[in-house]
Design a protein around this ligand. Structure first.
Ligand code: BJW
Ligand code: ZN
Length: 259
């Protein structure tokens, strides 16, 4: 669900107090973080050409193996979409928060909007749309890629100059291992949390593991866990605080109160 609610969201004082009192802030972000930039969330109804396809069935190595041009066209369209949008006020607020507190960002997002807002991202848990590699020999691919201005049903993926295998996006599909450095960076950030530190769980439905398990791990370290999401999620119950509003509205208010 993409929500750009017109109703101003109130950020409770308990939330701003917690962030103000924290030494470290760990940000665990998901697709809702980029919704107000115009990037549909992962589980938003697919539109147009991919309408009748379940995104979790497209985001698999099996789907790519069965029909590489179909899956590649979906990713080429999403690369184009992300390239053409801008970070939102939520991304910018988190970049500013790093001047005020020790901030670590571990994102499930495969876009680069945190970085383009000025944040440094410790972990891209599900990889990146733009880090292409060969699906056969894993050689990184740096060649040109055609990104369609309009959705196209099938586009042949580029081929690897080394082995002629098909090039794939550098994302983590279901059933694939997450990048070890990303897991390690996230686990280190969680282990470094102390009571009084804060975890902001922003715009994730909390259903994809291992990322969905990180808020519980942070809780066990004694951190205060705050969910920022317009909707209830699988992990809402375990969070200390919920701010039921869109990230691009809520985060600037949180950071303003800490400034
Ligand atoms: C807003 C908003 C606004 C809207 N502001 N918020 C343990 C238990 C059960 C299963 C497993 C398990 N461990 C592993 C598994 C299997 C599997 C898994 O978790 N399955 C579950 C679905 C049950 N996990 C894996 O396979 C992972 N690999 C792995 O664990 O390897 C080891 C292993 C292998 C095999 C067997 C066992 C272990 C890999 C997971 C890879 C996920 N990849 C994807 C695709 C990436 C490429 C692509 O984008 O195409 O990553 S799936 C997709 O979901 C994408 C996302 O990063 C991820 C999470 O989605 P997210 O961010 O939560 O988005 P949405 O759309 O779900 O939610 C958006 C939220 O935003 C909503 O809540 C809205 O309300 C909110 N919102 N507007 C704030 N303005
Ligand atoms: Zn290759």
């Amino acid at each position: 669900m993409t929500i750009a609610d017109e109703t101003p969201t109130t950020v409770p004082e308990s939330v701003t107090d917690a962030v103000r009192g924290a030494r470290r802030v760990l940000v665990l972000s998901g697709a809702g973080m980029s919704a107000e930039s115009g990037v549909p969330t992962f589980r938003d109804a697919q539109t147009g050409l991919w309408e009748q396809f379940d995104p979790s069935e497209l985001a698999t190595a099996e789907a790519f193996r069965l029909d590489p041009p179909f899956v590649w066209a979906w990713y080429a369209w999403r690369m184009r979409l992300v390239r053409d949008v801008e970070p939102n006020a939520g991304h910018r607020a988190l970049a500013e928060l790093a001047d005020l507190r020790e901030v670590t960002i571990a994102t499930q997002n495969v876009d680069d909007l945190h970085e383009r807002a000025g944040s440094s991202v410790a972990a891209h848990l599900h990889g990146s749309l733009f880090e292409l590699r060969c699906s056969e020999c894993a050689t990184p691919y740096a060649g040109d890629v055609e990104l369609p201005a309009e959705p196209v049903e099938r586009i042949d993926p580029p081929t690897c100059p080394r082995c002629e295998g098909e090039v794939r996006p550098g994302v983590v599909w279901f059933g694939e291992m997450l990048p070890v450095p990303a897991i390690e960076a996230t686990e280190r950030a969680i282990e470094a949390l102390e009571p009084g530190d804060v975890v902001l769980v922003i715009g994730t439905s909390g259903i994809v593991y291992p990322a969905a398990g990180y808020p519980a791990m942070a809780l066990a370290e004694g951190a205060t866990v705050i969910e920022i999401n317009p909707a209830d999620t699988e992990i809402s119950d375990m969070c200390h605080h919920h701010v039921r509003g869109p990230a691009a509205q809520v985060l600037p208010r949180v950071v303003e109160a800490v400034r």
